[in-house]
Design a protein around this ligand. Sequence first.
Ligand code: 5GP
Ligand code: MG
Length: 194
Amino acid sequence: MATVGAGSNGSFLDETEPTVKILLDERELRQGVERLAGEVNGHYDGESLTIIGVLTGSVVLLADLIRLLEMPLRVGVVQASSYRGGTEAGELSIQADFMPDITSRHVLLVDDIFDTGNTLVEVVKLVKELQPASVATLVLLRKTGRQQVSYEPDFVGFDIPDEFVVGYGLDYADAYRNLNYLAALEPEDLNRTI
Ligand code: 5GP
Ligand code: MG
């Protein structure tokens, strides 16, 4: 795996890019999103759909995915945050004020990563209370061996190893969302200040 972003002095703090291992490059991500879009187009077969992105990690995926979808589409967002700054999961909070009316509509929830699974399960529960016609879920990434729930997402882009990843929407302490590749942060980088 490639390592990028190490400065001449190996320092992290004075570089804009972290020292990272690239897990999925731009081309692989694009191919994965195209594959997911193909599956979603096939599944809904022209039926109108409401996509709901789980903020903030899904924004990059959401933007790329919706432009490949062919059915009549509405887009909304819901905010769910469990990571408080670093890599430790805190208490989950869901902010649904900006969610569109989904009663009797087909809903596809889109999130960046399926880790323990608790976030998506809670958001699915909340969405179901609003009586949509159906609820399905799509994640770009699923971490191997981490799930604490029996639920599985309907559409999965990539299975990845159990490492803390950033880029393509995913953050560490709100940084790195804009990387156009997906990278694993080295454990020693997780303790540094950005
Ligand atoms: P879960 O509830 O499935 O454990 O966690 C889902 C949420 O945790 C994701 O939407 C994401 O915000 C965050 N998360 C889980 N694993 C990672 C990771 O490796 N990197 C980043 N940046 N966020 C993660
Ligand atoms: Mg998230």
